[in-house]
Design a binder for this molecule. Structure first.
Ligand SMILES: Cc1ncc(COP(=O)(O)O)c(C=O)c1O
Length: 435
């Protein structure tokens, strides 16, 4: 009872990495443990795709990378080099964005009830600051520094702890314009990946912008947040997975309630095109002279990085009368965050190097003492049996998977990040990601 394959979409840079007979093995030898690889040129391409969607719709747009999705310095640097800003929620994130060349006005500050120090630094750097309550507006104003603010809207009908109710938004509108804090516009962030819900809330929020202007506020910006979907696997395998999924496919009969929708047509920049096309949103933004802001985290990192684990141990097990391998890899599932949201990261890991052999199913655990430290409970079909010293490459992990939950539990070293660049002669070469 092996689950069907869920092969990930693989970009050319990664095909080249996997096909290189030495590179991955050499990096593994140099680093001696699990590691992440990032290819920042892909981030530049994704930024270009979002920008093209704005241009095609004739809309003034700005892209701020949701930094929480990945801490790598090379990602913030790629944003700086390609004209994207960065959305940060802490002083640490702010500092690392600045250190990679993001300028103050290219910062967007999000998060609830920000510390006084974060508000002060953000205002000093001329960042765009989302304000989450009238009290936070007051705390920002008390600093006496000229600042640009967006009022964050709580999605209608939601119980979100973020954003303001109609009453709270009205209280800010009633503040007389002309103080140190200027109301530059509004923002929201929705859960889920529905483009239509985003377009409709954007249209409703345009009404607020018009009202703000009538009241004398210089409102010209509307941020629709992040939540741009990522298409990890093709339609057919995803359909087969959804149709047949059950505990019989998982080591120890494990069962998960829900999964990220790993197949999403119309994701990323295509989703932005859908949003802009809904009910003439693009035309209305143009007519009102409003700049549309997006804050993609996961989608900006789509196919820009992978995580490599060395196989450290192999056991044979049997389920429903069929044998499978239970692998232990160096490192832990803290470097593949989905388990920490009580779910599983489903795109299939690739067993490297490619060698002939007998197709074999595998489940994958980490090298900590926790029973639950499993990277893949699912018995995944591999083209051959794994052996100690092989590498397992989990694809497309740059968005949230690789480093949002890492810790030095067990004093295991935190995996290093390796940056890949194209080199003369059609090669890839690598260096460590240096903050
Ligand atoms: C305010 C805000 N903006 C942007 C994002 C990024 O979301 P995503 O990675 O789904 O694009 C988040 C994620 O939680 C968020 O809270």
């Amino acid at each position: 009872m092996t689950a069907p394959a869920l092969p990930a979409h693989i970009e050319p840079w990664e095909q080249q990495l996997l096909a290189d007979p030495n590179l991955l093995g050499d990096i593994a030898f140099a680093l001696g443990g699990p590691f992440h690889v990032l290819y920042p040129d892909r981030v530049r391409d994704v930024v270009a795709g979002f920008r093209a969607a704005f241009e095609a719709a004739g809309v003034d747009g700005a892209i701020y990378f949701g930094k929480k999705a990945n801490k790598a310095a090379c990602v913030a640097r790629a944003c700086a080099e390609s004209g994207a800003g960065v959305d940060v929620s802490s002083i640490g994130e702010l500092n690392s964005a600045l250190a990679q060349g993001i300028r103050g006005p290219e910062l967007l500050i999000t998060g609830p009830a920000k510390s006084r120090d974060l508000l002060w630094l953000a205002a000093r750097h001329g960042a765009l600051i989302t304000v989450d309550s009238p009290a936070e507006w007051d705390r920002l104003a008390e600093l006496g520094i000229a600042a640009q603010a967006l009022s964050r809207v709580r999605p209608p009908g939601s119980d979100s702890r973020f954003g303001m109710t109609d009453d709270e938004l009205d209280r800010i509108l009633a503040f007389p314009p002309g103080g140190p804090v200027r109301l530059a516009g509004f923002s929201f962030h929705l859960g889920g990946y529905d483009p239509i819900a985003r377009a409709e809330l954007a249209l409703a929020t345009l009404e607020r912008i018009r009202l703000a202007r009538v009241l004398g506020h210089p409102a010209t910006v509307l941020s629709i947040g992040g939540g741009f979907g990522v298409d990890y696997v093709p339609a057919g395998p995803w359909r087969d997975f959804v149709a047949g999924v059950g505990p019989h496919w998982f080591h120890a009969g494990k069962n998960f309630e829900s999964y990220y929708p790993y197949h999403q047509p119309g994701s990323g920049a295509d989703m932005l095109t859908t949003i802009l096309g809904h009910q003439d949103l693009a035309r209305q933004l143009r007519a009102d002279g409003v700049r549309l802001v997006v804050e993609p985290g996961r989608a900006l990192l789509d196919r820009a990085g992978s995580t490599v684990f060395p196989v450290q141990g192999v056991k044979s097990r049997t389920a429903h009368g069929s044998p499978y391998q239970l692998l232990t890899v160096g490192g832990s599932s803290l470097s593949l965050s989905e388990q920490w949201f009580d779910s599983e990261y489903l795109p299939d890991p690739v067993l490297w190097p490619v060698r002939p052999g007998t197709p074999t199913a595998m489940a994958v655990g980490g090298s900590t003492c926790l029973e639950t430290d499993m990277l893949s409970w699912r018995r995944i079909p591999a083209p051959r049996a794994a052996a100690v010293g092989d590498l397992l490459i989990y694809p497309n992990t740059a968005g949230y998977q690789m480093d949002s939950n890492e810790s030095a539990f067990h004093e295991l070293p935190i995996p290093q990040k390796v940056v890949l660049h194209d080199a003369p002669g059609g090669r890839l070469r690598w260096r460590l990601d240096t903050p």
